[in-house]
Design a protein around this ligand. Structure first.
Ligand code: 5GP
Ligand code: ZN
Length: 113
């Protein structure tokens, strides 16, 4: 059992890693919903946005910087891309380790589904 994304961090579960730095790891989503769909996770386990406290500010800032670097690396910056963080059941959060979805390579619609 345990946390799936912590297991990916510890390389106990395989994933296609596309980016790593001191604070974050990024890997391709197993069920992509866009031509580019990468998940960026903090190396520190935080379950969800609703658990955030001021002490997590640096972790979350570093997470967004990692997401921006992933988008650059994936060639998404020129046309634009979407970052998504689902929080809780109504949003469809299924993995309880904060993750930013980096979605790009197609025109996004609004409002989201
Ligand atoms: P959430 O719905 O919690 O916002 O997003 C969880 C994401 O994790 C989903 O898009 C799902 O496809 C992805 N996912 C679930 N299990 C795995 C896995 O074992 N490996 C990878 N790479 N992605 C996964
Ligand atoms: Zn975790």
């Amino acid at each position: 059992m345990g946390c799936l994304f912590c297991n990916i961090l510890e390389r106990k579960v395989p994933a296609t890693v596309v980016y790593e730095d001191d604070h974050a790891l990024a890997f391709r989503d197993i069920r992509p919903v866009a031509p580019t769909h990468v998940l960026v996770i903090p190396k520190k386990h935080v379950a969800a946005i609703h658990d955030l406290e001021p002490a997590h500010a640096e972790t979350m800032g570093n997470l967004l910087i990692a997401a921006r670097r992933v988008a650059d690396q994936e060639g998404l910056t020129k046309d634009g891309y979407r970052l998504v963080i689902n929080d809780g059941d109504a949003a469809g959060q299924t993995v309880h380790h904060i993750h930013v979805h980096v979605l790009g390579g197609r025109q996004m619609t609004w409002p989201p589904g």
